[in-house]
Structures are given as structure tokens and as C-alpha cells.
Design a protein. Structure first.
Length: 93
């Protein structure tokens, strides 16, 4: 079960602390299908992005739909494209 707060404070790409951000409210069911990338979802309704020093681009926040990885440290669910937990920064893979 995801944590009670919708606030995430760690980058899901590198695990560094970032400004608090929220889970996205939209599904990414076609992310990584048919050549789509995170950039294809930027600016769409319900999509949350955040900034981190690990990337020159805005990064896509995880959502509660289509989750694929549960963090062994805190129990948060993250999408398959996440390499770190946005709640506790633990490496997922």
C-alpha cells in the first residue's frame, strides 16, 4: 500500500533529494509502447513532472496506476520505469 501522503521527495531516476512533488493522476498504460517516452506525457492533464540535477529535462512522476515495483524499504509502489523509490530513495533494481 502506498504511504498515506502523496508527497514524494526523492528522484525516481537517481535517488537524490528533490523538491516535494506528487504522484501523477493519469495512467501511463502506453508508456514505452509504440515508441512513446516520458516526454510524450509532459503537459498533459493529470501528469506531474519534477526537476532533478541528474537530467536536463523535466522527469515524469510515478502514478498509482500500472504500478510494477513495490519498494522493499517502505512499501511504496512505483512504476516499472522507476529505478529508485520516490518516498525513501531506496534502489529498486
Amino acid at each position: 500500500m502506498p504511504p498515506s501522503t502523496d508527497q514524494l521527495t526523492f528522484c525516481i531516476s537517481c535517488g537524490e533529494k528533490v523538491h516535494p512533488y506528487s504522484y501523477s493522476a493519469t495512467g501511463y498504460s502506453d508508456l514505452n509502447e509504440y515508441g512513446k517516452t516520458s516526454a510524450d506525457f509532459e503537459g498533459k492533464t493529470g501528469v506531474v513532472t519534477y526537476r532533478c540535477t541528474c537530467s536536463p529535462r523535466e522527469l515524469l512522476a510515478p502514478n498509482h496506476e500500472n504500478t510494477g515495483t513495490m519498494c522493499a524499504g517502505c512499501g511504496s509502489f512505483m512504476n516499472l520505469f522507476a529505478t529508485h523509490c520516490g518516498s525513501c530513495s531506496r534502489r529498486l533494481r
